[in-house]
Design a protein around this ligand. Structure first.
Ligand code: GUN
Length: 286
């Protein structure tokens, strides 16, 4: 029987520890950590994600500052908003919900966020630290770091294993592949242009999938006893499904994350973790 890697339960534990820590820090410093959540436009999925982030801040005792602007604001106007948030003493973390409407240069916006306030871990300085394995020093991208925390919690060893990352996005695939490399796995990165995906996936002791293609990974592609982490989330006929054909694959693997309730809740928990970390670093508390 496969172990179900219960990200939801682990996220709950992390959030409850953070809540206690925030109570302590508030007394020590005289203020709570502050997170600015910037949402441009009215994309319904983004609105749900942002609401969840704000709700979780409230649960933990972090002050959230919602900055909501219509789709038609300009690049210059958004850059001015970021500049102002960078300067605010009461704001420790800045998150710009992605994707931005098409007329924005998103990378330019990310590059403008002060690295010490970049709680998404998307700034090139923090990405660089993820590549170098400086997990403690920088702010690590939330979803990949959440996956690493799942490995830690369940005692999944990476050293010497064949790890396969399917998906090469800036926010998941690239940083997670590098983090697994820093844990001494032998890492292959596959993506939409990979020829013969199955031949790579078949070799994976550890398989992470972040493509957004529902049930892309089938039972016959998987190595017996593999550990499978599914980072995809799609809606198919009003059912939420991942990138892995969970029902069939679970009989063949040693451990697997469910969708929902696997990696998703860990992303928000790690965002809260990064916000508290940014607060402590800015206040000189280590
Ligand atoms: N859109 C999808 N995932 C993310 C995320 O982790 N952070 C931000 N800011 N936007 C996203």
């Amino acid at each position: 029987m496969a172990t179900i890697l219960d990200g939801k339960a682990l996220a709950k534990k992390i959030k409850s520890e953070l809540k206690e820590e925030v109570e302590f820090l508030k007394k020590k410093v005289g203020r709570a950590p502050g997170l600015a959540v910037v949402l441009i436009g009215d994309d319904p999925a983004s609105e749900i994600y942002v609401r969840n982030k704000e709700k979780t801040c409230e649960e933990i005792g972090i002050n959230s500052f919602g900055v909501k602007k219509p789709t038609d604001i300009t690049q210059d106007e958004l850059e001015k908003i970021i500049d102002d948030l960078n300067c605010r003493e009461d704001i420790d973390g800045i998150l710009v919900q992605l994707p931005l409407p098409k007329h924005f240069d998103a990378q330019r916006i990310i590059n403008l966020i002060l690295p010490e306030k970049d709680v998404d871990g998307f700034h090139p300085v923090n990405m660089g630290k993820a590549v170098l394995g400086l997990f403690d020093e920088g702010l690590m991208p939330c979803t990949p770091y959440g996956v690493i925390k799942i490995f830690d919690a369940y005692g999944v060893e990476l050293e010497g294993k064949n790890a396969v990352m399917v998906g090469h996005s800036n926010i998941v695939g690239k940083p997670l592949a590098n983090m697994m490399l820093n844990l001494d796995a032998t890492v292959s990165i596959c993506h939409v242009y990979t020829k013969d995906l199955k031949s790579f996936v078949k070799e994976a002791d550890i398989l992470c999938v972040a493509t957004g293609v529902p049930r892309l990974i089938k039972e016959d592609m998987i190595k017996e006893g593999a550990v499978v982490v599914d980072i995809g989330i799609s809606r198919v006929n009003s059912k939420i499904v991942g990138d892995v054909d969970f029902d069939k694959v679970k009989g063949k693997v040693s451990a697997i994350t469910p969708v929902p309730g696997g990696v998703g809740p860990m992303t928000i928990a790690m965002l809260m973790y990064n916000t508290v970390k940014a607060f402590k670093q800015r206040e000189g508390i280590f």
